[in-house]
Design a protein around this ligand. Structure first.
Ligand code: FAQ
Length: 351
C-alpha cells in the first residue's frame, strides 16, 4: 500500500506518490497507480520468469523415467512439481498487473515472449540433473534472492517461497554430484563432462553484460532489479569456485584466478554471440522445447474446458441457493480475476 509520507500528502500527484513509495523502500501493490512502463517491464520480466519455470521442467523431465533409483526418481519428481508451482505463483503475480495467463501462454508458444536461455540445452546424462541443481538452481538463487526485495509486492512475495524451494533444489543437485564423485572413474568423468557443458550457459543466465543490457538502469531505478547482471554473475562465480573445489571438478575456464585486490575471482568472458543466438531461438533445443509446450497446452485443452464447465456449474448452483445473480456473485470480470490472483499470491506467501 502507498503509505510513504509524501504519498499521503494532500495534493501529491500519482507520479509523486509512486516515486515516494519506491524511495521509501515500500511496496507498490496491484491497485496503486504505476507508470505504464513500470507495469510493462514487470509483465515482461515476470512472464519470462514464469515461462522459464514451466519450460525448465522439460530438460529434467527427460530423466524422470530413467532415474537410477526410486529415491532419485522421487526427488526429481518433487523438484519438477515445485517448478510447476513456481510457474503458477508467477503467472498469478503477472495477472495482478492486468494480463491474462492464457494470453501469456499464447505469447510463449507463438515465440512472442522469451524464457531463460539455459533451458535450450540438452540433458545428455544423469549427471546433468545434478549439475542443473547445483549450477542452474545456484544461479537462479543468486538472481532471485534480491528479487524478494523487488518494489512490486506480489512478485516480491512470490519470490520468498520460490527461493526457499530453490535452495532445496540446489542441495539435491550437489548431493547427487557428491555421490557420483565418490563412485567410479566413469561416473567422475560423467560429472566433469556435465560441468564442462553447463558452466558457460549458467553464466549467461544472468543476462548480457551490463554494457549491453538495455533494461538494467531503469529496472534498478524502479527497484525491480537490485543488482546489475554482472554483479550477480560475479557473486555466483565467487560462491561456486569453492564448491567446485570441494566437489573435485574443474571449472572449464583456464583464465580463472583469484584477484587479491578485489577479493573476488577473475573469470573469462562468456561467448555473447551464443547467448544472442539462443535468445533468438537458435539454441540446440529451442524448437523442441516450444513444440513440447505447445503440444502439452493443446493436450490439456479438455482439462481447461472441464474446469471451466465445473466452475460455471458451481457458480450457477451458488446463485440459485443465495438467490443472487450468478454473474455478480462470481469472479467472471477482468477486475475480479485480477484481484483474486493477487490475494491468492499473498495468502500463499503468508503461510
Ligand atoms: N535468457 O536488459 P536485460 C530458474 C533478455 S528460473 C533469455 O539485461 P533484464 C528456475 C531480456 O529479457 C530462470 N532472455 O534484461 C529453474 C531482455 O529482453 P527484451 C529465469 C534473456 O530483464 C531452475 C534482453 O535479453 N529467471 O532457473 C536472458 O533487465 C532449474 C536484454 O537483457 C528469471 O527470469 C536469458 N538468460 O535482465 C527452473 C529471473 N537474459 O528487453 C527449472 C527474473 C536477458 O529484449 C530448473 N529475471 N534476456 O524483451 C531477471 O532477473 C531479468 O529479467 C534478467 C534479464 C536478469 C534475466
Amino acid at each position: 500500500m502507498v503509505t510513504a509520507e509524501v504519498a499521503e500528502r494532500p495534493g501529491a500527484s500519482p507520479e509523486e506518490a509512486f516515486e515516494a513509495v519506491i524511495a521509501a523502500e515500500q511496496r507498490i501493490e496491484p491497485r496503486d497507480w504505476m507508470p505504464d512502463a513500470y507495469r510493462a517491464t514487470l509483465v515482461r520480466q515476470i512472464a519470462q520468469h514464469a515461462h522459464s519455470e514451466i519450460i525448465g521442467m522439460q530438460p529434467e523431465g527427460n530423466w524422470l523415467t530413467r532415474a537410477p533409483s526410486l529415491r532419485r526418481k522421487a526427488i526429481l519428481l518433487a523438484k519438477a512439481q515445485d517448478e510447476a508451482g513456481h510457474g503458477l505463483y508467477l503467472y498469478a503475480a503477472a495477472e495482478t498487473l492486468g494480463v491474462d495467463r492464457a494470453e501469456l501462454t499464447e505469447k510463449l508458444i507463438s515465440g512472442r515472449q522469451k524464457y531463460s536461455s539455459i533451458f535450450n540445452y540438452p540433458t545428455l546424462t544423469f549427471a546433468d540433473v545434478g549439475v542443473i541443481g547445483w549450477l542452474v538452481d545456484g544461479a537462479a538463487i543468486c538472481n532471485q534472492v534480491p528479487l524478494c526485495r523487488c518494489s512490486y509486492g506480489p512478485y516480491a512475495r512470490a519470490m520468498v517461497r520460490i527461493c526457499k524451494e530453490e535452495s532445496f533444489h540446489q542441495r539435491q543437485g550437489y548431493e547427487l554430484l557428491m555421490t557420483l564423485m565418490r563412485g567410479t572413474e566413469a561416473q567422475r568423468r560423467m560429472v566433469q563432462d556435465a560441468v564442462d557443458r553447463w558452466w558457460w550457459p549458467s553464466l549467461m543466465m544472468f543476462g548480457p553484460s551490463d554494457a549491453a543490457s538495455p533494461n538494467t538502469a531503469r529496472s534498478m531505478g524502479w527497484r525491480i532489479k537490485r543488482h546489475t547482471n554482472d554483479e550477480l554473475r560475479q557473486r555466483f562465480v565467487d560462491m561456486t569456485v569453492p564448491q567446485a573445489e570441494h566437489l573435485g571438478v574443474t571449472l572449464p575456464d583456464p583464465g580463472m584466478s583469484w584477484n587479491e585486490e578485489r577479493g573476488s575471482w577473475d573469470f573469462g568472458e562468456p561467448d555473447w554471440s551464443e547467448l544472442t543466438r539462443v535468445i533468438q531461438g537458435q539454441g540446440p533445443c529451442n524448437a523442441q522445447r516450444v513444440e513440447r509446450r505447445r503440444a502439452a497446452h493443446e493436450d490439456g485443452g479438455w482439462v481447461r474446458e472441464a474446469a471451466t464447465a465445473y466452475a460455471e456449474k458451481r457458480r450457477a448452483e451458488a446463485g440459485a441457493s443465495t438467490g443472487t445473480d450468478a454473474g455478480t456473485a462470481g469472479t467472471g470480470t477482468g477486475a475480479a480475476t485480477k484481484t483474486d490472483a493477487g490475494t491468492e499470491t499473498e495468502q500463499e506467501n503468508g503461510k
